[in-house]
Write a protein that binds this ligand. Structure first.
Ligand SMILES: Nc1nc2c(ncn2[C@@H]2O[C@H](COP(=O)(O)OP(=O)(O)OP(=O)(O)O)[C@@H](O)[C@H]2O)c(=O)[nH]1
Ligand SMILES: [Mg+2]
Length: 622
């Protein structure tokens, strides 16, 4: 790590007699040593029963990355950087600081006894793509759900204008009509893997139509917008504000029941009064003239003919296929009409035009149903991120401590780079030759993750969204069969929990059923309230049960000594599961076990990983 920007660690409050099990990697230690000086003495400030300090050039993130319960002995001021992780009770995190001195290993070694921990093993190889230093990573922004408001373009205003030429002092009306607003389209495309770009934008507006101009020139159409989302996105409408739609409804009702519309009360016959939201008048007009003016009946409210292509409200779309052409979400509104539209035998020079219609606003929740083709499930520090690096060009963060990965990393494994024969020739569901598949490396699961421990339920949700699961098991970290059982226990407990919640949710919705029209009340969305806090949670997306998904085991770190026996036991267990001698680790009846197998690999040396793409492709067809 270059030390130009300095190393950041967290200063810890001092207490006596506690153990510091030290920076685990030699690389990290040397990073700390090379870090620029500061005023702190580590002996006074490092305490706790176990702490791993890792230096990083990254500045503290703007938002907390950890939730309190994910750290044993929760840390109060919640500003943990990605670079620091504590895995045992500590006094508190005080503030950010720079380290002055190197942290000598000897001084920090244990004095009080703790539960025995795995001894630090220095890395064998030089830093490389598969054995990177902890600061060699790229954080891929990721979001799998977001709330988005789209607004179709408003129409441009009509124009009040008159012909003026030599010898024609008072020419006829020649104001052009306003242009219609831009449309909002949506398209699910291959290659997108995350909704983070949309999550950041929150509001997407199509362009407004331009106003009409003199000499009968119509306004230009507003610019359309296209929202591209990953394949497997669910779009659910939360609220809708459609002023023109409401007007059309009111107009039809008034026609049917013979009621007068707003603005027509005071006048007799067919003429209406001035409505500032509907009419535009000649700019040179004085107020008294305006008062004397009579306005014709407003033209009936209308929508663009494209509105017929909009999906029915409330919108619920399951975009699970690549779309060749975009789909219309909200059509732009119509522009206002120019003053020639109001010429009558009595009124040759009307001084009014109509304003363009306001655009429709729709608030939607977008959620990724499918995260990736392959999901890597494993205990913390098992080697998932290293495996992802070995399979793809991902630069997921790798570090020899738990919870290095805090958010899913989605990498793409290229099967065909168009430079020769594809690595694996398989056709996807759409009949096209597959060129790649995606792999999601999710944060590690720990015991009781289903009770929201560790990084909790959010990440089990990601596990649920992969088509095939790979259980990554560290052969050097104790009994591999037990580890596999523990992972399956968490996953299946989560499945049970989800089933219960789904039932409760269905019951609740059946009791408090609201017709869709009441959901789409147009008055709710005039301003943008904090939708995330106001909306009721939407129902879960039904997906295949986790235990019914195809899965296999990746036994990693097979390069380390004394791992053969562990692998042999695991292989035997897998054989037993396949033949039915042992129950499926999830203990579920309809669990998938037809072709379960284990693959021994060394991700750090990229050995054995080449069989995984073929295996995944086979399982994706199941
Ligand atoms: N010897 C050896 N070490 C490995 C192998 N794979 C990963 N490691 C090391 O194991 C440590 C943890 O690897 P990560 O890839 O960060 O593990 P992870 O499962 O992503 O960890 P979390 O993100 O914290 O859940 C790193 O120090 C890696 O260098 C391997 O095949 N052989
Ligand atoms: Mg990781």
């Amino acid at each position: 790590m270059s030390n130009s920007e300095g190393a950041y660690v967290t200063r810890l409050r001092a207490t006596r007699g506690l153990t510091v099990q030290h920076p685990q990697l030699a690389t990290e230690t040397s990073d700390i040593e090379r870090a620029p000086p500061s005023h702190l003495n580590h002996r006074q400030h490092v305490s706790g029963s176990t702490v791993k300090l890792v230096a990083s050039r990254r500045m503290p993130p703007a938002r907390p990355l950890f939730r309190p319960h994910c750290l044993a002995g929760s840390l109060t001021p919640f500003l943990c950087p990605p670079a620091v992780f504590f895995d045992a009770p500590l006094a508190a995190v005080a503030r950010w600081c720079r380290i002055r001195q190197p942290l000598p290993l000897a001084r920090c070694s244990s004095s009080t006894t703790e539960a025995p921990r795995r001894q630090f093993q220095p890395p064998q190889t030089q830093p490389s793509h598969l054995n990177p230093t902890p600061d060699n990573y790229a954080l891929t922004p990721f979001a799998d759900r977001c709330i988005l408001t789209v607004e179709a373009g408003a129409g441009g205003h009509g124009c009040v204008s008159f012909l003026r030429e030599k010898y024609i002092e008072e020419g006829p009306a020649n104001g052009g009509d306003g242009g219609s607003g831009g449309n909002v389209y949506i398209q699910a495309v291959r290659g997108e893997t995350s909704l983070h770009k949309l999550a950041r934008r929150r509001l997407i507006k199509a362009g407004r139509g331009r106003n009409g101009q003199g000499k009968m020139r119509g306004g230009e159409r507003g610019a359309d917008v296209l929202i591209t989302v990953p394949v497997g996105t669910i779009v659910r409408e939360i609220q809708r504000h459609d002023p023109v739609g409401d007007e059309i409804l009111a107009y039809r009702q008034a026609e049917r029941f013979g009621r007068k519309l707003k603005g027509e009360e005071e006048v007799e016959g067919e003429k209406g009064s001035f409505r500032s939201d509907k009419w535009l008048v000649f700019p040179g007009m004085i107020p008294s003239e305006l008062n004397r003016m009579t306005f014709p009946t407003l033209p009936p409210p209308r929508k663009s003919h494209l509105a017929a292509l909009e999906p029915q409200a409330p919108i619920w779309l399951d975009l699970d296929k690549h779309m060749e052409t975009p789909m219309l979400l909200a059509a732009g509104s119509m522009g206002g009409v120019g003053n020639p539209h109001f010429v009558t035998p009595n009124q040759f020079r009307p001084k009014m035009a109509t304003r363009g219609d306001p655009g429709m606003k729709i608030s939607m929740q977008l959620e990724l149903k499918i995260l990736a083709d392959l999901g890597l499930v494993g205990l913390p520090n098992a080697g998932k991120s290293t495996l992802l690096r070995a399979l793809s060009n991902s630069r997921a963060r790798v570090g020899n401590w738990a919870f290095t990965t805090l958010q899913p990393n989605v990498g793409t494994v290229v099967l065909d780079n168009h430079k020769g024969r594809p690595a694996v020739m398989k056709r996807g569901r759409d009949g096209q030759l597959r060129e790649n598949f995606t792999v999601a490396d999710v944060p590690g699961l720990i015991e009781d993750a289903h009770l929201d421990k560790g990084l909790g339920l959010g990440f089990l949700r990601h596990v649920e969204r992969a088509a095939v699961l790979a259980f990554v098991i560290d052969l050097s970290a104790g009994d591999a069969v037990q580890a596999l059982k523990l992972l399956w226990r968490e996953v299946s407990e989560y499945e049970t929990l989800r089933g219960k919640e789904l039932n409760a949710e269905t019951e609740r919705r059946m009791v408090t059923y609201k017709p869709p029209s009441s959901l789409t009340s147009s008055t709710d969305l005039v301003e943008f309230p904090d939708l995330e806090s106001t909306i009721e949670p939407l129902p879960f997306i039904p997906t295949t049960p986790i235990s019914a998904k195809p899965w296999f085991v990746v036994a990693t770190k097979a390069d380390l000594p004394n791992t053969q026996d562990n692998y042999a036991a695991l292989q035997k267990h897998m054989g037993d599961v396949r033949t039915g001698a042992q129950p499926h680790p999830s203990n579920r009846k309809n669990a998938w076990k037809s072709n379960v197998q284990s693959v021994p690999i060394s991700a750090i040396r990229a050995e054995g990983v080449e069989v995984i793409p073929q295996l995944v492709m086979d399982l994706l067809e199941e």
